[in-house]
Design a protein around this ligand. Structure first.
Ligand SMILES: C[S@@+](CC[C@H](N)C(=O)[O-])C[C@H]1O[C@@H](n2cnc3c(N)ncnc32)[C@H](O)[C@@H]1O
Length: 256
């Protein structure tokens, strides 16, 4: 499997603009005996703190580079008995167990470009939820309507997203709005990571991803069309009403 993040993975945890979602997931999963499946776990940003509150976390991610970093962090945290990580594609997987909670923090589902992948993900969620289990999915709320997105989103310019001092110098991340699939509203941003020593760039890695847009009603309809019932929904991690905040967060399961 080609790993888009083979080079960029090492920069992921340096980003200062991570969502403040960990207390939200801990609160939504209040059961110490819960078995949690995290889809697109990345470098275990959420898996590790969550593991202190639940029985076990199994994280799946298709990027070997991200999983390698996650494994190092899990081992350094002494959580090897609670957190397991596997390299897998979340749009088609089969595991021998079911889970009380399935989560995919930080907009993971938006990386799935095709309908087939999104449908596959929802099918896998259904197949792996324990009776009464809940799933929480999140996407960003598009900040403009579809026509404006088509007309305005692409930009030839590179913008500084963040920069941090590191022991060896400075790392900066720039974003480029490279192209859009106007029909299906899939954005193709590029994140360019550069490591500087003084003014000199000594390392560069480019992450090219797909971010499929979902609007508030469409996101709920998507989940319901897969046979789930949405039990709760929010516009962010601090009680923002659905459709008003910067995020769309839905919690759903199978009606019993
Ligand atoms: C924005 S990161 C989020 C990582 C982590 N959930 C977090 O909150 O920090 C998106 C992650 O989803 C993973 N991902 C994207 N598409 C995937 C797929 N089809 N199967 C498995 N992992 C996928 C990427 O490799 C990446 O690690």
């Amino acid at each position: 499997m080609h790993d888009l993040r083979a080079e960029p993975a090492k920069f992921y945890d340096l980003g200062p603009h991570m969502p403040d979602d960990i207390p939200f997931y801990v609160e939504r999963i209040p059961i110490a005996a819960a078995r949690v499946l995290e889809l697109g776990c990345g470098t275990a940003r959420v898996s590790i703190p969550l593991a202190a509150h639940v029985a076990s976390v199994l994280g799946l991610d298709k990027s070997e580079a991200m999983v390698r970093i996650a494994r190092e962090k899990v081992s350094a945290a002494g959580l090897g008995d609670r957190v397991e990580l596997q390299v897998r594609d979340i749009s088609h997987f089969e595991l021998p167990e079911r889970f009380d909670y399935i989560i995919a923090p930080f907009r993971v589902i938006q990386n799935l470009e095709s309908d087939a992948e999104v449908e596959g993900l929802l099918r896998c969620i259904r197949a792996h939820l324990a009776p009464g289990g809940r799933c929480i999915l999140n996407v960003f709320r598009p900040n403009r309507d579809p026509d404006a997105m088509r007309d305005e989103w692409v930009s030839g310019e590179e913008h500084l997203a963040w920069e941090v001092q590191t022991p060896g110098g400075l790392v900066a991340c720039y974003d480029r709005r490279a192209r859009i699939d106007a029909e299906r509203l899939v954005l193709y941003p590029e994140l360019v990571y550069r490591r500087f020593e003084g003014d000199e760039v000594i390392e560069e890695a480019v992450l090219r991803i797909a971010m499929r847009c979902f609007y508030p009603d469409e996101f709920v309809a998507l989940v319901e069309s897969a046979g789930f019932r949405v039990f709760e929904k929010w516009g962010g991690y601090h009680g923002e009403p659905y459709g008003e905040g910067g995020e769309l967060v839905v919690e759903f399961g199978v009606e019993s």
